[in-house]
Ligand binder design. Structure first.
Ligand code: FAD
Length: 326
């Protein structure tokens, strides 16, 4: 009989991606409700850096799936290796972070394993033994609960910030090597040289502090004022869509339904109204401070601290205060 929640760990440069730690937190919470064991799988040429980190977490078993064919991510390599692991451990649920990588292989893997997949979920819970998954619909205006039936394992991808990586429980996980057989001829992708984005690019999903600017900033020349505050706070600049559309900042800074989903420790917004398409991308932030001159701005509905006032008066003073506090 199938048993267990398997979390597939994504990594880069021997570092575990935060979205996978969030997925692991979700798996721990589901395990607490269902009594199922939690497993983690790391795929790489050398898994040791990642398994070392995971072995200090509350995980029942960590599978190190090491192979030269897994040195680089390929959808075929991951699907072949994970299908073999899943056949062996027969988990009830397979959980991944809803990353670009997972979007690339997870549905194919679910099909290969005879399972079903529910993507981009924001919560998992057990209701009388049945798994209930929550997804956002209508651009985040409503949440809908789903259950699904499948003879094979249930695959679930979790949206960034659905669970809090800081809440990951510590413990001691045993590491077990799992040998896979991968025929190089079955990997149809050739990985070329990897490269990083330009220095200007930013990964807001990994930011601890985001200073987000909106149309209330009025014009591009005022960006400097926001950048000064961002630099004092050690924050990355994020933005609403109109600001990106106008080219004040790159599209990699856009937060929202057609931009990034972020979960920083502090999200400070300047002159952002809080349209649903923006909020859906940042409401998972741990602490939200919003500055807006309109006391009825919707952003205040989700803000921990609502500052009603003119940002052009507040921001220079705030920057001075932050610098002085340092
Ligand atoms: C399909 C679709 C996808 C979308 N995707 C996204 C997305 O990913 N991200 C996103 O952000 N939007 C997205 N949008 C756009 C979204 O609907 C809003 O139009 C947008 O978020 C508004 O940006 P804003 O808050 O900067 O501007 P506005 O709505 O114009 O708000 C400006 C705010 O600034 C305040 N303000 C003005 N002057 C001052 C001042 N001096 N001091 C303080 N406050 C001031 C105003 O009170 C106002 O609340 C999408 C829309 C659609 C239809």
């Amino acid at each position: 009989m199938s048993q267990g929640i398997l979390v597939i760990i994504e990594h880069g440069n021997s570092k575990i991606n935060r979205i996978s730690l969030e997925a692991l937190t979700g798996a721990q919470k589901l395990a607490a409700e269902t009594g199922q064991p939690v497993f983690a799988a790391v795929l790489a040429e050398d898994c040791s850096a990642m398994t070392k980190i995971l072995s200090s977490k509350k995980v029942d078993k960590i599978y190190a799936v090491a192979s030269p064919q897994l040195a680089d991510y390929t959808p075929d390599g991951y699907t072949i290796a994970l299908a073999q692991l899943i056949e062996k451990i027969d988990p009830t649920y397979v959980v991944v972070g809803h990353s670009y990588q997972a979007r690339d292989y997870a549905a194919k893997l679910a099909l290969r394993c005879g399972g079903a997949m529910m993507s981009d979920c924001i919560a998992m819970k057990s209701d009388g033994g049945a798994l209930v998954l929550t997804r956002q619909v209508f651009a985040g205006k409503f949440n809908a609960d789903y259950t699904f039936e499948s003879d094979g394992p249930c695959f679930i991808s979790l949206q960034a910030a659905a669970y809090n990586a800081d809440a990951l429980e510590s413990g001691s996980g045993a590491v077990e090597d799992f040998a896979v057989e991968i025929d190089t001829a079955d990997i149809r992708t050739t990985v070329l040289e990897s490269f990083e984005g330009t220095k200007k690019d930013v990964d807001l999903a990994a930011s601890d502090i985001i200073l987000a600017i909106g149309r209330g900033l009025k014009e591009e020349d005022n960006l400097e004022m926001a950048e000064e505050l961002a630099s004092a706070l050690g924050a990355d600049i994020g933005a609403s869509r109109p600001v990106c559309d106008d080219g004040w900042v790159g599209v990699d800074r856009q937060v929202g339904s057609s931009g990034q989903t972020v979960s920083p420790k502090l999200y400070l917004s300047l002159g952002i109204s809080g349209a649903i398409q923006h909020v859906v991308g940042m409401k998972g932030s741990k602490y939200i401070v919003a500055i807006n001159k309109d006391p009825h701005a919707p952003i205040f509905d989700i803000a921990d601290v609502a500052v009603v006032g003119d940002l052009f008066e507040i921001v220079p003073k705030l920057t001075e205060a932050v610098k002085a506090a340092k």
